[in-house]
Design a protein around this ligand. Structure first.
Ligand code: SAH
Ligand code: SF4
Ligand code: F3S
Length: 451
C-alpha cells in the first residue's frame, strides 16, 4: 500500500551504478525499492544525484580498481553541487565495501558511507545519520537473514523477467576467491519467503524468474527439499512460465536436481556450471572439491536426462603453477563438453586469499596468450551452437523493444537473445520464432505463431 504522505515528500534523485554479478543487480534493485518510499527517484545522470551509490565488485583487481576511477568522477560532481549550495551523499556498497572498509575513505575522502552486501537494508537509517553529520559511516554486517526480513515486500519490477536471490554467501573457499570473505557464510532464505516474492512478481507480469545465489544449488532453506524441491514448488506458481538458476557448484549438483531438468517443464534447458580448469592438479590447488572426471560425469548425467541442455561455464587461466600441460587439459575439457557460452578470466591474485601467496605465479604474457587461445575455442563453440539454431523453431518469451522500429527482443530456452518483428504489446507472451540468422551473441528470426 502506498502511504498517503508519500506524494508530499520532496523528490530526491538517486544514482546507482552496479558492478559485478547478478546478485549485485538484484541488490541494486532492492536498494531502489528501499529508497523509493523516502522520495528518491532514479536518475542516470550522476551530476544531479542527491545520493550516488556504487554497488561494487571485488572479484578481480580490475573490477575493484574501476570503483576508484568512478569515485573520482563522482567527487567532481559532489564538489560542483557543494559550490552551488547543495549536497550529495556518496555511498559505496557491495563487495569492495565489505573487503576494504575504511580504506576506501582513505583513498577517496568524498565518500560518506560504506556498506557491505548484508547491510544495505540499513541505508535509510545511515543516510539520515550522514545528514545529521555524525561523521563517516561504515556498515559491514554479516547477517543475511536480518537484511531479507527488513526489505520491503513490494518490488518495483517492470519487465517480464526478474532475479530473486534465494541463497547468499559461500562456504567453499576456493583458494582464488574473495566471495566467502565479502558475502559471508552460506545462508538460504525460506521457501515461503521466496515463494511470496515470486508470487508478487508473477502478479506484476513477470513470467521468467532466475533464482540467484553465489552457490545456488547448495540452497538448504526451510520448506522444500533442496533446490530441486524449491524449483518444483515455484514451477506451480500461477504465471511463472520459466525458471532458471545460477550460479551452481559442480560438487552440489544433486541427482534430484538433475532429475528436475527432465521433469519440470518450466525449468529451462540451460545450466551455468563453472569448472574453472581441466587439470586435476590445478583443481586441487584451487580447492574446487570436484575433479575433471566428476565434472564430466555430471554433464553426462544431465545430457542423458535432457539431451538438449545448453551448458555454460567459467574458466580461469594462469592459476599459480599452471603448466602448458595443465592448460592443455582445460582446452581438452572444453572440447569434450562443448559450451554454448562461457566466461573466462586471467587469474587475478586477491589480497588475503591463499592462492595469492602461492609460489610459481604465472607471468602476464603467458596468461594473455592462454586466455586468447581459450577464448578462440569458446567463441567458435558459441558460434557453432548459435548456428545450429538456424532453421529451427524456438519458443521465445517476448521481453522488450529492440533497437529497430517494430522489433522486439526475447530469449530462447537456451538463453540466446532473439530479435524478431512483433508488436510492443506482445511483451510477456510466448511466441514461436523460426530462426533465420545467427550472430556472435544473438539470433534473428520471424514469428510463426503464438506459442
Ligand atoms: N560461485 C561461482 C563463482 C562466483 S565468482 C562458482 O563457484 O563458480 C565468478 C567467477 O569469477 C568465477 O567462477 C571465476 O571464474 C572468476 N573468478 C573468481 N575469482 C577470481 C580471481 N581471483 N581471478 C580470476 N577470476 C576469478
Ligand atoms: Fe568463490 Fe568458490 Fe564460492 Fe564460487 S564456490 S563463490 S568460486 S569460493
Ligand atoms: Fe563481485 Fe561480490 Fe558478485 S565480488 S562477483 S559482486 S559476489
Amino acid at each position: 500500500m502506498a502511504c498517503p504522505s508519500m506524494n508530499e515528500l520532496p523528490s530526491k534523485r538517486l544514482f546507482i551504478k552496479t558492478f559485478g554479478c547478478q546478485m549485485n543487480v538484484y541488490d541494486s534493485e532492492r536498494m531502489t525499492d528501499l529508497l523509493t518510499p523516502l522520495g528518491y527517484r532514479l536518475t542516470d545522470n550522476p551530476a544531479e544525484a542527491d545520493l550516488a551509490v556504487l554497488n561494487t565488485c571485488h572479484i578481480r583487481d580490475k573490477a575493484a580498481e574501476k570503483v576508484y576511477s568512478e569515485l573520482g568522477r563522482l567527487r567532481r560532481f559532489k564538489d560542483d553541487r557543494n559550490q552551488a549550495g547543495e549536497s550529495m551523499v556518496i555511498a559505496v556498497a557491495g563487495c569492495v565495501a565489505q573487503a576494504e572498509g575504511m580504506e576506501i575513505q582513505r583513498r577517496q575522502p568524498a565518500v560518506d558511507l560504506i556498506l557491505g552486501p548484508q547491510a544495505y537494508h540499513r541505508l535509510p537509517e545511515l543516510i539520515a545519520r550522514v545528514h545529521r553529520a555524525t561523521g563517516r559511516l561504515v556498515a559491514a554486517d554479516f547477517e543475511a537473514e536480518a537484511k531479507f526480513d527488513a526489505l520491503p515486500q513490494v518490488r518495483n519490477v517492470k519487465g517480464v523477467t526478474a532475479f530473486v536471490t534465494v541463497q547468499e554467501g559461500c562456504d567453499r573457499f576456493c583458494t582464488f576467491c574473495v566471495v566467502p570473505y565479502t558475502r559471508g557464510a552460506e545462508f538460504s532464505r525460506s521457501a515461503d519467503a521466496i515463494e511470496g516474492e515470486v508470487r508478487a512478481l508473477a502478479a506484476r507480469g513477470v513470467r521468467e524468474i532466475t533464482l540467484l545465489g553465489q552457490n545456488v544449488n547448495a540452497w538448504r532453506g526451510a520448506g522444500a527439499d533442496g533446490l530441486a524441491g524449491l524449483v518444483r514448488r515455484l514451477a506451480r506458481v500461477e504465471g511463472v512460465e520459466r525458471l532458471r538458476y545460477t550460479t551452481s557448484h559442480p560438487a552440489d549438483m544433486s541427482e534430484d536436481l538433475i532429475a528436475a531438468h527432465a521433469e519440470v517443464e518450466a525449468l529451462m534447458p540451460y545450466l551455468h556450471l563453472p569448472v574453472q580448469a581441466g587439470s586435476n592438479v590445478i583443481l586441487r590447488a584451487m580447492n574446487r572439491a570436484h575433479t575433471r572426471e566428476s565434472y564430466l560425469r555430471i554433464i553426462e548425467r544431465l545430457r542423458s536426462v535432457r539431451p538438449d541442455i545448453a551448458l555454460s561455464g567459467d574458466f580461469i587461466v594462469g592459476f599459480p603453477g599452471e603448466t602448458d600441460a595443465d592448460f592443455e587439459a582445460t582446452l581438452s575439457l572444453i572440447r569434450e563438453v562443448s559450451y554454448a557460452s562461457a566466461f573466462s578470466f586471467k587469474y587475478s591474485p586477491r589480497p588475503g586469499t591463499p592462492a595469492a601467496a602461492l609460489p610459481r605465479q604465472v607471468d602476464e604474457a603467458t596468461k594473455s596468450a592462454r586466455l586468447r587461445m581459450l577464448q578462440e575455442l569458446l567463441n567458435a563453440q558459441q558460434a557453432a551452437f548459435n548456428g545450429a539454431a538456424v532453421g529451427r523453431v524456438l519458443p521465445v518469451l517476448v521481453e522488450r523493444p529492440g533497437r529497430e522500429p517494430g522489433q522486439m527482443i526475447g530469449r530462447s530456452p537456451y538463453l540466446q537473445a532473439v530479435h524478431f518483428d512483433a508488436a510492443a504489446d506482445r511483451a510477456g507472451s510466448m511466441v514461436s520464432v523460426t530462426i533465420e540468422a545467427a550472430h556472435a551473441n544473438s539470433l534473428a528470426g520471424r514469428v510463426v505463431e503464438s506459442a
